[in-house]
Unconditional design. Structure first.
Length: 145
């Protein structure tokens, strides 16, 4: 059995309050012990990360929406990947976009995964569980190599 507390704390930035609530509800249902921080845009996330990184408090995985005001997912990912202390954190783009151009660009920029949001809660549960399982297996494999 996988110990998902490995991914605590987890961060999620999305400007849509309903999407943040559904994400939080889904993650809490699948992984009851996981600690999450939710942010309403990329700028707030980056500000938080830069203010807490000196204390060693960084998320183990970051989920980002692409289409946010102030600092969108592309801009946020760019900032994260330029910071040596934050660049190793797996970043999952979790967006309504299904554009192949967005997917290619975001993976080129260093995102770990690009996941198009499911609209039904049941499918979202399965999708998030599969994403976390994949991240866990990749992390485990990287430690073995």
């Amino acid at each position: 059995m996988i110990d998902y507390s490995f991914f605590s704390p987890l961060a999620y930035a999305d400007d849509d309050e309903d999407d943040r609530m559904f994400f939080s509800d889904a993650m809490n249902e699948i992984f009851p012990g996981i600690n999450m921080k939710l942010f309403h845009n990329g700028e707030v996330l980056v500000t938080y990360l830069l203010s807490t990184i000196t204390n060693g408090i960084v998320p183990k995985v970051i989920f980002l929406d692409l289409n946010m005001p102030i600092m969108n997912g592309f801009e946020c990912l760019s900032v994260l990947k330029k910071n040596t202390l934050l660049s190793k954190i797996p970043v999952v783009i979790y967006s309504t976009s299904s554009s192949e151009r967005d997917r290619s660009k975001i993976l080129e920029m260093g995102a770990t995964r690009f996941v198009t949001k499911e609209m039904s809660f049941k499918k979202m549960l399965l999708q998030l569980k599969a994403t976390m399982d994949d991240l866990y297996c990749n992390e485990l494999n990287s430690k073995l190599i």
